[in-house]
Design a protein around this ligand. Structure first.
Ligand code: ZN
Length: 445
């Protein structure tokens, strides 16, 4: 968890020496959200921060605040912060923040008023104490997308730390800890077990170690062998497949090609953000795998070519799938939605379509101060224009997909080699991804 650890080290330093940090007027983020699937160690991590800093740790669970009785939840939040203020510097940890911080008005259920009061109290408390009080609020969630946007605003949970499922190397390190106390046969290697367990979290691996020991004990063995681990993996995967995503081999291959497709297309296009990392570890939040591109600069304006390139990269995943298999998967749904957004923007808002001209067909009406507008939106163009818009959007997307396919066809050996490499290692950093043969310099069609 090197990335998460680096982020949290700063918090430890601050809690240890608040005066020194405030020397130049800096203040530490008030709230940090640990985002990741269940069992990846978010609670352990929060506890470790408190332990390292040597400060009190107040732990609570979001669901504890949600009471049947009006006013109880809000009172509990008030009590918690009052206690914390007396023991500052300290850490407040709220597990399952989503139980309490669900977007207001998102579900018309009973008890909604109560939840809203509790959430409002939490927001008021977070805004209420002044910056010099050394209280850091850590919260954990596996569903950041349903949180009330007010919670994520500056000065509240404005920093997010991703606590992801471990990659192969991470799993080897975790297994080393869990297998320390077990009696192992000579044929057991950490690398082999790690290879069997893509998508497992730290908690799953702890469970696996115990399960393998149980299997070996039951058959009266003197030591736990590789066969016991294999049996345990099968048993656990059957359970996991029901509640979370563990990929079967064919799916892993598809995801590997899909992600490598994004990466190669990105690298072949001029001016694209460099690819930092690709991964086929099931991500649990939105995607099966991911390709991480980090923008080199903050951007405020984007040109038409850039938008087209961005669409092409988004469709690179689907393009790779069409090349290796006549079937395509549901894995591109998110990419398609994003690419469609861009295409619609170009046509409807930025006047980038020659045929439809420099007209703002769609303006953000009803979007006042970020309040969601009425769900009906008034269309301000004719039936005929509407048809032309649909055609223009589709043409842009089709052109982008074609271009992505052309790029990947040209780099087929790199695509195959890269996907095989990705299957073997699960994550690749920028330098480990094969270079495309040719970086396009001008618009190719
Ligand atoms: Zn994709």
């Amino acid at each position: 968890m090197d990335e998460a650890k680096n982020e949290l080290h700063e918090i430890v330093d601050f809690l240890k020496r608040p005066e020194e940090f405030g020397r130049l007027g800096a203040h530490i983020p008030r709230g940090i959200l640990l985002v990741g699937p269940p069992g990846t160690g978010k609670t352990l991590l929060a506890r470790a921060v408190a332990g390292q800093a040597g400060v009190p740790f107040f732990s609570t669970n979001g669901s504890e605040f949600v009471e049947m009785f009006v006013g109880v939840g809000a009172a509990r939040v008030r009590d918690l912060f009052e206690q914390a203020r007396k023991s500052a510097p300290c850490i407040i940890f709220i597990d399952e923040l989503d139980a309490l911080g669900r977007a207001r008005g998102a579900s018309p259920m009973t008890g909604q008023d109560e939840k809203e009061q509790t959430l409002n109290q939490l927001l008021a408390e977070m805004d209420g104490f002044d910056r010099s009080v050394a209280i850091v609020i850590l919260a954990a969630t596996n569903r950041p997308e349903i949180l009330d946007p007010a919670l994520l605003r500056a000065g509240r949970f404005d920093r997010q730390v991703l606590v992801d499922r471990p990659d192969k190397k991470g799993r080897v390190d975790i297994l080393r800890i869990h297998l320390k106390k077990l009696t192992l046969a000579a044929d057991v290697t950490l690398e082999d077990i790690a290879a069997l367990t893509p998508g497992f979290t730290g908690a799953d691996l702890a469970n696996l170690a115990n399960e393998a020991a149980v299997v070996a004990t039951r058959r009266g063995a003197d030591a736990i062998g590789m066969a016991d681990f294999t049996a345990a993996v099968e048993r656990i995967v059957a359970g996991l497949e029901k509640r979370s995503r563990v990929l079967i081999p064919k799916e892993r291959r598809t995801v590997a090609y899909h992600e490598m497709g994004h990466a190669l297309v990105a690298m072949a296009l001029p001016g694209s953000d460099p690819v930092q990392k690709i991964s086929i570890i099931p991500h649990g939040i939105a995607a099966l795998g991911y390709t991480m591109q980090r923008p080199t600069d903050d951007r405020f304006l984007m040109g038409r070519k850039e938008l087209e390139n961005r669409m092409t990269v988004l469709l690179g995943g689907r393009a790779a799938e069409t090349l290796v298999d006549e079937d395509v998967s549901t894995g591109a749904a998110d990419d398609l939605a994003k690419a469609t957004d861009i295409a619609r923007g170009m046509v409807l808002r930025f006047g980038m379509d020659e045929k439809l001209g420099p007209v703002a067909w769609d303006t953000d009406q009803g979007q006042f101060l970020n309040q969601p507008g009425p769900f009906w939106s008034q269309r301000r163009y004719s039936e005929e224009t509407s048809h032309e818009i649909d055609l223009a959007v589709r043409q842009r997307l089709e052109a982008a997909l074609k271009r992505a396919i052309a790029i990947l066809e040209e780099n087929r050996p790199e695509l195959d080699a890269g996907a095989a490499n990705l299957l073997a290692h699960e994550t690749l950093t920028g330098a480990e991804i094969p270079r495309p043969r040719r970086v396009l310099t001008s618009e190719a069609s």
